[in-house]
Design a protein around this ligand. Structure first.
Ligand code: NAP
Length: 249
C-alpha cells in the first residue's frame, strides 16, 4: 500500500499523561492516527486526543486496565474497529510501588509486575495477529535504566523492566520474519508525575548521577519512540536505547 492511501495507526498504552502523552503527540506529528489508552484518567486522555487532533490526525481514547487480559483484548477490538489497523504498539503504561524488600508486600510486587510486564505481554499478544496479517508492525516497550542496573527500593519495578527487555528480544526474534520489529526505550530520570512524587533530596541525588546534569523531558523520550515507530528504523530490532542523559553508561 502506498503512503497516499494508508494512514498508519499507533496504539499507546498509558497515553493520558507523562511520557505516553508526549509519545502520542510525537506520533501524531509524524502523521499517525493515535489510539490513546488510559486506565482511569479520562479527562487527561481526552486532552491528549484533542492535542493529537489539533495536529491533523484522527485520535480516539480507549479505557482499559492493561493488567487485565480481557480488557487488553477489548482494547484491541475497539481500536481495530475504530481505525481498521494497528501498525505501532507502544507499551508505555507503568506504575511504581517502591519499598525496600523487607517491607515489600506480595500485593505491591504483583501490582507492578501485572501492569508493567504482563500488561505488555497481553498487548503484544493482541497486536501480533493483526500485525502478522499485514506483515508490518512496530512494537516499542518502555523499559527503564533500572531494568538494566537495578535500584534499591525497586526490586518489583526493576524486575518488571528487566523482564520487558527479555520479552522484547524474544519477540524480536519470533516476529522478524513477518516484518515486525520489537525494540525497547529505556528512560533514565524523566520529569513526570511518576518522579515528581519523589522527595526533593532524592531528586537532587538522582541529578548528581546524570552526566548531562538534569532530568529528561517526556518529549526527549518520545522522539526515540517515534524513531522506532518509523520506516527509517526498519533494519533495527531487539535493541534497547537508553534516553538517560548518560546515566546508565
Ligand atoms: P506517569 O506519568 O505516572 O503516567 C503513567 C501512565 O500509565 C498514565 O497514562 C496512566 O493512566 C497509565 N497507566 C497506569 N496504570 C495503567 C493500567 N493498569 N492500564 C492502563 N494504563 C495505565 O508515568 P511516566 O513517568 O510517564 O512513565 C511512562 C512509562 O515510562 C512507564 O512504563 C514508566 O515505568 C517508564 N519510565 C519512566 C521513567 C520516569 O523517570 N518517569 C523512567 C523510566 C521509565 P491514567 O492517567 O489513566 O492513570
Amino acid at each position: 500500500m502506498s503512503n497516499e492511501t494508508l494512514t498508519r495507526c499507533a496504539l499507546v498504552t498509558g497515553g493520558s499523561r507523562g511520557i505516553g502523552r508526549a509519545v502520542c503527540l510525537e506520533l501524531a506529528r509524524a502523521g499517525f492516527a493515535v489510539a490513546v489508552n488510559y486506565a482511569g484518567n479520562q479527562q487527561a486522555a481526552q486532552e491528549t486526543a484533542e492535542s493529537c487532533r489539533a495536529l491533523g490526525v484522527k485520535a480516539e481514547i480507549f479505557a482499559a486496565d492493561v493488567s487485565r487480559p480481557e480488557e487488553c483484548a477489548r482494547l484491541f477490538e475497539e481500536a481495530l474497529a475504530a481505525f481498521g489497523r494497528v501498525d505501532v504498539l507502544v507499551n508505555n503504561a507503568g506504575v511504581t510501588r517502591d519499598s525496600l524488600i523487607l517491607r515489600l508486600s506480595e500485593e505491591d510486587f504483583d501490582k507492578v509486575l501485572d501492569t508493567n510486564l504482563k500488561g505488555a505481554f497481553f498487548c503484544c499478544k493482541a497486536a501480533a495477529r493483526p500485525m502478522m496479517k499485514q506483515r508490518f508492525g512496530r512494537i516499542i516497550n518502555l523499559t527503564s535504566v533500572v531494568g538494566l542496573r537495578g535500584n534499591p527500593g525497586q526490586t518489583n519495578y526493576s524486575a518488571s523492566k528487566a523482564g520487558l527487555i527479555g520479552l522484547t528480544k524474544s519477540l524480536a526474534k519470533e516476529l522478524a520474519s513477518r516484518g515486525i520489529t520489537a525494540n525497547a526505550v529505556a528512560p533514565g530520570f524523566i520529569d513526570t508525575d511518576m518522579t515528581r512524587a519523589m522527595p526533593e533530596a532524592a531528586k537532587a541525588a538522582m541529578n548528581g548521577t546524570i552526566p548531562l546534569g538534569r532530568p529528561g523531558q517526556p518529549e526527549e523520550v518520545a522522539r526515540a519512540v517515534a524513531f522506532f515507530a518509523s520506516e527509517e528504523s526498519g533494519y533495527i530490532t531487539g535493541q534497547v536505547l537508553c534516553v538517560d542523559g548518560g546515566m546508565a553508561m
